[in-house]
Design a protein around this ligand. Structure first.
Ligand code: FAD
Ligand code: SF4
Length: 487
């Protein structure tokens, strides 16, 4: 097939659950490609000599390489190729913002003059990872010679899991300390089941256990044991504790019953499976009319979860216009399809309650768009004397998260920024304390799965170099001059 013929193949749609049906269950919304669909989509790739898609991928997957295997019908070859650089393909294929990364730079999207018509790299990655899981293909690396070095990883989110997977292959003894009773971080407690089935995350964790990674659950570093004892007992430590501290609006009535942070709401629904209450132990006030405050992906997850928890009306309340929403277009589209109502250019000024402290409503203020602010988006400007009250049964505040403060609080020697993120050397992930590295959302603030994994990969290289050479003050230089040592 020549390039011109490939260019003419339209993008292959992925089947989805019907919107009316899917709000009655928590099953995954997109259903995935069939092998025939995947091969057809793979034919759209022109195998660029300089593949811009790879440059757009934070972990540098050989994208044309794995797509060629799919086109040839060699699905096992494709999974081996992806796993050379990506430890969590079933997860990345589902939740990465590909339209801002690999697909944004894809030649086909540019040639068709529509970035949404790029090769569907994420869908292909998901197809291959699902094929691996469903067909029991196990890609076990050769068993390494033990080095006798011990590494502690604090936090089992995508950053910590990536470090664990990369370092265990070098023969180091890895222990992951996790505050929750399950590994996965936001993948398990935040991102809803209907976007990322938890069985998929668990399968990736099982794989790490098979590689020899030890997990210690219900272990809050800084509470269960001091940070210093973890440092003393190990040759190196990686801190990947994420950005799980919810931000609030700091307005009257925020402590009323029925007002949740997005974290609490989603943790109850996902990790604690409130959707199966009373078979499970955790209840959730479902509310007939639920308002989610915010316009990002987390807000979309909350508003869509509320529908599945039985809300008759689920509202997004956002202070700017829809064009300024930071959520992915796909998430906004899915939310609208499911019946989430978008109430833009309004902002809560206080929450109202009854004499038993239950939420009864929200006082809202109209907004209009002003000049662009520091974010580059047009700013929300209050319209004077435009307040009114809306009856609401439950509110979910989804306006962002800050770095988890527990580890720096217990270990004040650790250098942090003004907003609480751990300070690291960008090239190596080193903190100001010898032998201690950090990465993911605890450094970046709330970011993305693949950026957390990219940080994890970089820190794992540095840790391996540090453990094998003992160099610290010149680690960055050592890494750049001795790449062969750290691969
Ligand atoms: P986390 O995933 O936050 O993991 C940190 C882990 O550390 C947690 O398990 C926590 O329990 C543990 N921990 C914290 N403190 C301690 C301690 N003291 N001791 C032991 N353990 C500790 N990104 C995307 O790319 N695509 C999406 O679609 C997407 N959707 C999202 C939806 C929601 C609702 C949220 C909240 C985030 C979403 N993100 C998404 C962002 C993404 O999930 C995060 O950027 C990513 O998970 C960060 O990874 P991490 O490993 O740094 O931290
Ligand atoms: Fe294929 Fe697009 Fe990557 Fe080119 S940029 S190799 S067409 S996926």
């Amino acid at each position: 097939m020549n390039k011109k013929e490939r260019l003419q193949i339209p993008p292959v749609d992925m089947p989805e659950q019907d919107p009316k049906q899917r709000v009655t269950n928590v099953d995954e919304v997109p259903l995935g490609y069939t092998p025939e669909m995947a091969i057809l989509e793979a034919k759209r790739c022109v195998q660029c000599k300089r593949p811009f898609c790879v440059e757009g991928c934070p972990v540098g997957i050989d994208i044309p390489g794995f797509i060629q295997f799919i086109e040839d019908g060699d699905f096992e070859g494709a999974i081996h190729k992806i796993r050379e650089t990506n430890l969590l393909p079933a997860i990345c294929g589902r939740v990465c913002p590909q339209e801002e990364q690999c697909q944004l730079t894809c030649t086909i999207g540019k040639a068709r003059k529509d970035p949404t018509e790029a090769v569907n790299i994420g869908r292909l990655e998901r197809f291959i990872a699902d094929y691996e899981r469903e067909h029991g293909v196990v890609t076990m690396p050769p068993k390494p010679t033990p080095t006798g070095k011990k590494v502690a990883i604090v936090g089992a989110g995508p950053a910590g899991l990536t470090v664990a997977g990369d370092l265990v292959r070098h023969g180091h003894e890895i222990t992951v300390y996790e505050a929750f009773h399950k590994a996965g971080g936001v993948l398990i407690y935040g991102i809803p089941e209907f976007r990322l089935p938890k069985a998929i995350v668990q399968k990736e964790v099982d794989y790490l256990e098979k590689l020899g990674v030890n997990f210690k659950y219900n272990f809050v570093v800084g509470k269960t044991a001091p940070v210093q004892s973890i440092i003393d007992d190990n040759d190196a430590v990686f801190i990947g504790t994420g950005a799980g501290l919810p931000r609030f609006m700091r307005i009257d009535g925020e402590n009323l019953l029925g007002v949740y942070s997005a974290n609490e709401y989603l943790t109850r629904a996902n990790l604690m499976q409130a959707y199966s209450f009373p078979e499970t132990d955790t209840p959730l006030i479902s509310g007939k009319k639920v308002a989610t405050i915010g316009g990002g992906n987390v807000a979309m997850d909350c508003a869509r979860t509320a529908l599945r928890m039985g809300a008759e009306k689920s509202l997004i309340i956002y202070r700017r216009a829809e064009e300024q929403m930071p959520a992915r277009l796909e998430e906004i589209h899915h939310a609208k399809q499911e019946g989430v109502e978008f109430h833009t250019l309004r902002n809560p000024v206080r929450f109202l309650g009854d004499d038993k402290n239950w939420l009864t409503g929200v006082e809202l203020l109209k907004m209009e768009l002003g000049e662009p602010d520091a974010s580059g988006r047009r700013s929300p400007v209050p319209v004077p004397d435009s307040e009114w009250v809306e009856e609401i049964d439950a509110v979910i505040v989804a306006i962002g998260n800050s770095p988890n403060p527990l580890v720096p609080k217990d270990h004040p020697e650790l250098e942090v920024t003004r907003w609480g993120g751990i300070v690291v050397n960008e090239a190596t992930g080193q903190t100001n304390i010898q032998g201690v590295f950090a990465g993911g959302d605890i450094v970046l603030g709330a970011a993305t799965v693949i950026l957390a994994m990219g940080h994890g990969r970089q820190a794992a290289k540095s840790i391996n170099m540090y453990l094998s050479s003992g160099r610290w003050s010149d680690l960055e230089e050592a890494l750049s001059t001795d790449r062969a040592d750290v691969r």
